[in-house]
Design a binder for this molecule. Structure first.
Ligand SMILES: [Zn+2]
Length: 408
């Protein structure tokens, strides 16, 4: 005899409970991916009926997992729509940014509120064991500042200034951070905090950060140019970070400008980075060290009106603009955002870049590609790392899963 006819109530109950659970997960997914939504948007984005959305929103709110606030948007007549976000109790994420000479940690929740953000200077060339110990201590400090309960942590993502293989999250070019492999750090963090840990490229996360927190929040296609000593690119295409087959997409810095040019660290010759990066500008000038101090001194000199430095910066910007023209012809982004240390030079960089784009990219001429500097500044990759954790429900689970019969 079929089970259903023996215990019809239980069998039906189980089915409806599973459906309810799936519908609730769909609502939580939308809120994690979008940060906030009105009830009407939840209906559109989940395909659920208004009454189903209302019931599930009420259930989540009753358990303190969802917050409903009046919308800031004034509407003439009628009740203003309310905006829904997930509550802090749904989970906390950790974003970590490791540069060649800095370390930063941010802790935020599923409503996209940042509860703590700390930056430290790191000596150049730090070894992996030293670096990992420093990261663990720094994360503990940021978690204390955020009053973060360990059981609420859902994951951590680490931005590293190096190409990262997608398959095993290791650094494809260890020379960038000597001794680091990426995987060691992920293992150490996962062991310490008992949460999933992702390692990703700083430019890719910068692009994500710009589309979640920056002036271009919500943008579906954006190219983020990380312009410092080197040149990196992060891409958001069709609303998602594009990493390529192996994870190495965005190496615009190694576009060949001159096949007979100088040898690049990548093994090729005449790469764009050797003409457009901060290191290239420094090498063309005298009196500046080829390090971060030199880079900052050069930026200050350019902003201070030093004609020789300004000419070098403009020449680099024209090279970069031609490289970006190739990129725009290829992927047709809505926004090109210049970030990284050299974005402080945006007043000098952006116009030459736009001129070259107009000249060398018919896509830029016929489309509406907007070129701007990052509104997030040095925070772009850090906030992108945090965004990776907060917006990916399938990779970083949250605390909103419970059975209709009671919280587990
Ligand atoms: Zn190269």
């Amino acid at each position: 005899m079929p089970l259903a006819s023996q215990h019809p109530g239980r069998a039906n109950g189980r089915t409806s409970s599973a459906i309810r659970s799936a519908n609730r997960a769909a609502i939580v997914d939308v809120l994690r991916r979008n940060g906030r939504a009105t009830r009407a948007e939840l209906c559109t984005l989940t395909g659920l009926s208004r009454s189903t959305v209302s019931a599930l929103v009420g259930e989540l709110a009753a358990r303190g997992l969802l917050v409903e606030r009046p919308s800031a948007l004034a509407r003439s007549g009628g009740r203003p729509p309310t905006v829904l976000t997930l509550d802090r109790s749904g989970g906390l994420g950790i974003g970590i940014d490791i540069g060649v000479r800095h370390l930063a940690v941010a802790v935020g929740d599923l409503s996209r509120t940042v509860h703590a953000e700390r930056w430290w200077s790191e000596p150049a060339g730090h070894s992996a064991p030293e670096g990992i110990a420093t990261v663990l201590t720094s994360v503990a400090t940021a978690l204390r500042e955020a009053n973060a309960e360990r059981e609420r942590l859902i994951g951590a993502a680490v931005s590293i200034a190096a190409p990262i293989y997608a398959a095993d999250q290791t650094i494809a070019e260890p020379a960038v951070l000597p001794g680091w492999t990426g995987a060691q750090l992920a293992e150490a963090l996962a062991a310490e905090l008992a949460i999933p840990v992702a390692i990703d490229n700083d430019a890719a996360l910068g692009a994500l950060g710009e589309t979640i927190w920056g002036a271009h929040a919500g943008a579906r296609s954006l190219a983020y140019i990380k312009l410092a000593s080197r040149v990196g690119v992060g891409l958001v295409l069709d609303g998602a970070v594009y990493r390529g087959h192996a994870g190495l997409a965005g190496e615009l810095g190694h576009l060949t400008v001159d096949p007979d040019g100088p040898v690049c660290w990548c093994g090729s010759r005449g790469c764009l980075e050797l003409y457009a990066g901060g290191g290239a500008i420094l090498r063309g000038l005298s009196g500046y060290d080829d390090d971060r101090g030199g880079l900052e001194a050069m930026i200050d000199a350019a902003l201070g009106g030093d004609a020789e430095v300004i000419a070098a910066v403009r020449a680099a910007a024209r090279h970069l603009g031609r490289g970006v023209a190739a990129l725009v012809n290829l992927v047709d982004p809505q926004h090109v955002v210049v970030g990284g240390e050299l974005s402080r030079l945006a007043p000098l960089l952006l116009d030459p870049m736009r001129d070259e784009l107009a000249r060398y990219s018919f896509v830029a001429r016929s489309g509406e590609v907007a070129v701007s500097s990052s509104s997030l500044g040095r925070r772009a990759s850090l906030l992108g790392a945090l965004a990776l954790v907060l917006t990916q429900p399938s990779r970083f689970g949250d605390g909103t899963a419970f059975h209709a019969e009671g919280v587990r």
